[in-house]
Design a protein around this ligand. Sequence first.
Ligand code: CA
Ligand code: CA
Ligand code: CA
Length: 326
Amino acid sequence: MSLLFADSFDGVIAGGAKWDNWHTSNEIHSNYGRNGTKGMLVTGSSLAPIVAIKALDPVTNRVTVGAWVYCENPSGGPGTFDEVFRLDSGSGTVVVTWGESLTRFRLSGTGLATQEIGAAGTGQRLTWIFLELMWEPGVAVEVRANGTSLFSGTPGGSGTPNVFQIRRQSLRWRVEDLYILDSSGSHQNDFLGPIKIINLKPDGAGNRTELDPEPAGNNWERVSDGDDATYVEGDPGDGDLYTFDDLSGSEDVLGVVQYFRAFDSEGGAITGRAIARVDGTEYDGDDVVLPGSVATHVQPWDVSPDTGQPWTPAEVDGAEFGVEFA
Ligand SMILES: [Ca+2]
Ligand SMILES: [Ca+2]
Ligand SMILES: [Ca+2]
């Protein structure tokens, strides 16, 4: 496993439901995304600089984050907390902000001189840039823009990156197609470069329909409406599989990340897991001990569970995904 988090801002599980902390002023709208899809506008209050937080539990000490970013301010330097990407380990920090120069990013952190990095134009305002930050405390740091390295060196700090944050003070910027990964495994364990995240949602019944819909109706519609008040439920051994939207193209697939919301209405501790059916065979995701109230759970499928190789577009289009209880 190496993909820790992915957000296209288009899913039915939206905004704060995927993040551990989400400022209520953040906006998600097609005005702020790319290619006609939704993106995030960072506009949280300067009085509470934390805009979004995602706790991380990586397998390795090396973590890479990437996203398309677009600063809406043609002028104005960053405030202290205009942190586009911030990673913390508990024993160190690395931060990338928009630069005073208006054309470059600024890097700071434990053991690093605060400095603008890269050539003029690599941190330009009013344009989309695919920004990436790799950090292994005490060992390595690298920043890339549109796939080109702006800085690499040896940072201070120690430990395992355990939280990603976006913080904001005075600037407004857009974020789209954000990923976070660690360096474990043989696939998706390094910079991905400029990517696109496509949101796929259930569009029909799959090979298993064992859960009970509430209210009555099609199970797949109860889980694809973005409303926790409608749902499916069942007992240990029961599960559902659903067909999903197809990809619209044939570009290489870097990985699949499945999200679901679930809880144990008996008070907690039932086991649930994501399941996938690929080429006619069902595969189990990781066991999750479900909490007593609804929460968002993530199952990365870095490679096709059927082949152990990168997913083909045809495999994704034909795959069914769902959840079962155990
Ligand atoms: Ca989007
Ligand atoms: Ca629902
Ligand atoms: Ca499909």
